[in-house]
Design a protein around this ligand. Structure first.
Ligand SMILES: Nc1ncnc2c1ncn2[C@@H]1O[C@H](COP(=O)(O)OP(=O)(O)OP(=O)(O)O)[C@@H](O)[C@H]1O
Ligand SMILES: [Mg+2]
Length: 315
């Protein structure tokens, strides 16, 4: 299979610190892939290697099917890249910045004239494109950074923490923008330290910590691995053996515990199975008083996964 990004045994050391450790990363084409990990996990280092700004100590990197060697420029022509907290010259107007970058990508004057207004509109900067970047808010700077990453109509767009430093509204807007730039024949790879952000935009996720990938899968599979069994709490007027038996028989039920007239049902699924449980209890002669589905907090499950690795290493 031809991946948009494929690394094998990728390792990068800064002196005695191993920032990326034998990383095997596979990013399928035409997905929005989140690269998730806490501060210092090795996300930016990996991304800089992918775009050819850093050379790895060990391992191989393929981007869009082509092997990347540090300074090779041709693979980069099909990649759009927004660095972490992009800093652009403050005196340039947004449109001038795009024009200069467009020229660097080898776009003709005509192509730039056609493409730049479209990008300005796409990223929501229409009307502000002729203001100097020094007058842009953080959110606007991220947007011009995203526009810059799209100039060459790349097959692969790599965004390093696109919503870093933004307020909640700015984050929502950038998330919407990321969804808008993902289209057929385009892969978006973005890093983030926020699970809830990745959860809202990505189709696939890799979780990295201390330079190592902990999980890499579809968003749904990662979420279900993280969240473990949800629990359904049901209260009935009178509990009977028949009710307990009927609930235990349901294929998605892992375990049932009884407490007076209440049942705590551990589920094997993330689906909302309240209708099926309700039907089983009713058919067994029970009358339901209340029903409450409790999902594990994903953010805390994510933190647990990260700290578990750190605990394992300490032992
Ligand atoms: N130029 C450098 N020289 C020395 N150490 C570095 C350098 N760049 C990064 N590091 C270290 O490598 C590790 C990984 O850093 P990296 O910037 O890749 O993490 P990150 O996942 O992008 O973190 P963040 O979420 O804070 O952006 C960290 O321990 C960091 O201190
Ligand atoms: Mg970073």
């Amino acid at each position: 299979m031809n991946f948009a990004i494929e690394t094998i045994g990728l390792t990068k050391r800064y002196g005695s610190l191993t920032a990326v450790n034998k990383l095997n990363l596979k990013v399928k084409r035409n997905t929005i892939h989140g690269f998730l990990g806490p501060n210092g996990a090795g996300k930016t280092t990996t991304i800089k290697i992918l775009v050819g700004l850093l050379k790895p100590n060990e391992g191989t990197v393929k981007v869009l099917g082509q092997e990347v060697h540090g300074d090779q420029a041709d693979a980069r022509l099909s990649i759009g890249y927004m660095p972490e907290l992009p800093k652009f010259p403050k005196h340039l107007k947004g449109s001038e910045l795009l024009d200069i970058y467009g020229e660097m990508y080898g776009m003709t004057k005509q192509e730039r004239r056609e493409q730049i207004p479209k990008l300005v509109e796409l990223v929501g900067l229409k009307g502000r494109e002729n203001d100097p970047i020094g007058k842009y808010s953080k959110g606007m700077q991220q947007r011009i950074g995203i526009a810059q990453a799209l100039l060459n109509n790349p097959e692969l767009v790599i965004l390093d923490e696109p919503s870093l430093g933004l307020d909640p509204l700015g984050m929502v807007e950038v998330r919407e923008l990321v969804k808008a730039i993902a289209k057929e024949d385009r892969t978006v790879f973005l890093s983030s330290h926020l699970l809830f952000e990745v959860e809202q935009v990505c189709t696939h996720v890799t979780i990295i910590n201390r330079g190592e990938a902990l999980i890499s899968d579809t968003l749904q599979n990662v979420l279900s691995k993280l969240s473990g069994p949800a629990t359904l709490h049901v209260e009935v007027t009178t509990l009977s053996e028949a009710i307990v038996k009927a609930v235990k028989k349901l294929p998605f039920v892992a375990d049932v515990t009884q407490n007076d007239n209440a049942l705590s049902i551990d589920l094997k699924t993330l689906d909302d199975v309240r209708p099926q449980v309700s039907q089983a209890i009713t058919q067994a002669g029970g009358i339901i008083v209340s029903m409450n589905l409790q999902r594990q907090n994903l953010e805390s499950a994510f933190m647990k996964l990260i700290s578990k690795q750190q605990g394992d290493e300490a032992q």
